[in-house]
Design a protein. Sequence first.
Length: 279
Amino acid sequence: MQIIDIAIAPMGVEHLEDAVRLSRQSGWPHRPEDWRLALALSDGFVAITASGKVAGTILLTSYGRDCATINMVIVDESMRGRGLGRRLMEAAMALAGDRPLRLVATADGLPLYERLGFRETGTIVQHQGIAVAIAAPQNIQVANAADLSSILDLDRQAYGADRTSLIRKLADVGQYAVIRRDSQISAFAAVRSFGRGDVIGPVVAANLDDAKSLVSHFISSRTGAFLRVDTGIETGLAPWLTDLGLAPVGGGIAMARPAIILPATPAVTTFALANQALG
Ligand SMILES: CC(C)(COP(=O)(O)OP(=O)(O)OC[C@H]1O[C@@H](n2cnc3c(N)ncnc32)[C@H](O)[C@@H]1OP(=O)(O)O)[C@@H](O)C(=O)NCCC(=O)NCCS
């Protein structure tokens, strides 16, 4: 098939079945509901053949005007190496306009993103496994609706952008836990169903001990369940996750365009991502 016969078109719910097929082909765990959530937060494009077959996908998830992530970049195995990945990226980047962009690159995607001006900002490790029985930490509380504005504020400080859409969506589909000090929320974490089980993240805290307590809270209530945590290598959470039986199984290179300059000593840090796609 000539690449010229393939159009780049807006992605809609009618493309989700094909999208799930493509992510499974890449060995990714996304269920239809994971794609639906991602699309609800995003603008998407598909590469589509004249006969209506979806040959590729991409999502642009915007966090207000502050920034956007590019994710779910997939080209059907049989159509790779013919410029479709680049065309999908160009469509998403044109829509993003002057918004700073972030993504987490697989080894497959890295050369494409480098050519398009993305630069490495960190390493993300994906940990997963079966939750072992551990004691529940005593300093964690389940969040209530009134906590959402503090959670949004902490996430904005840690991520460097306003992710109201994502943070509210995670409250709808999952749960938040918080640490309160002097009646203020000083740290939070979310959990939701994703892929083969549950994903814990984002986890935002001022220090590693608080991040561990939040993750422990969710592990302790899910003994025997399949759990996933995506964490930046620099946070120090990875060795502890491994010790708990959540083994490193992969990950990616965090990239940005232009390169992000975050405060050298942020008050709070993102210890775990919502997942690699959403940041
Ligand atoms: C990443 C992916 C989407 C790329 O799609 P594609 O259609 O094969 O990409 P393209 O043909 O547009 O190639 C894009 C550019 O990268 C270059 N490139 C691709 N693979 C390369 C490699 N292994 N080494 C060096 N350059 C490479 C191409 O030469 C091209 O550069 P050019 O446009 O300047 O000529 C595809 O490999 C894929 O779906 N992989 C599995 C899912 C995945 O990992 N997605 C990335 C998520 S972050």
